[in-house]
Design a binder for this molecule. Structure first.
Ligand SMILES: [Zn+2]
Ligand SMILES: [Zn+2]
Length: 131
């Protein structure tokens, strides 16, 4: 089992199954929310459990997705797409060493102009399933 939390501990979670490798998303919404870009792993919903939800808030960032964060300390934690069977989880919120690799980058078309897209495998213009 893997665990993670926000900075203040008002949100904690458990993952009782495999975690996807990390995907870095450079879309405008991730850049606004994180202040840079979002690096997230993902857990299947059946393996994912909120063990402390006191601070958990969900923001509906579009008609098809919502973003979970801590309303106490502001930590960016989750991304949940409507109809998807997984929850994306920010890699930095995991406790301890992640044991994961950077799989690639998505929404590179929206990346900031002040950094290089570095490390990891693919660089997709938009979604990871795209060419
Ligand atoms: Zn918190
Ligand atoms: Zn994004």
């Amino acid at each position: 089992m893997r665990t993670g939390s926000c900075l203040c501990g008002a949100v904690k979670y458990e993952v009782h199954g495999p975690l996807r490798d990390v995907v870095a998303c450079h879309c405008e919404q991730c850049r606004k929310q994180t202040g840079n870009y979002m690096s997230a792993t993902a857990a299947q919903d059946q393996d994912f459990r909120i063990s402390e939800g006191r601070g958990l808030k969900w923001y509906h960032s579009s008609d098809t997705a919502k973003r979970g964060f801590c309303g106490e300390c502001g930590s960016v934690l989750f991304w949940k797409g409507e109809g998807r069977d997984y929850t994306a989880v920010t890699a930095g919120s995991l406790d301890g060493a992640s044991g994961l690799k950077l799989e690639g980058h998505i929404f590179c078309e929206s990346a900031g102009d002040y950094y290089e897209i570095a490390g990891g495998g693919y660089q997709k213009r938009r979604w990871r399933k795209d060419d």
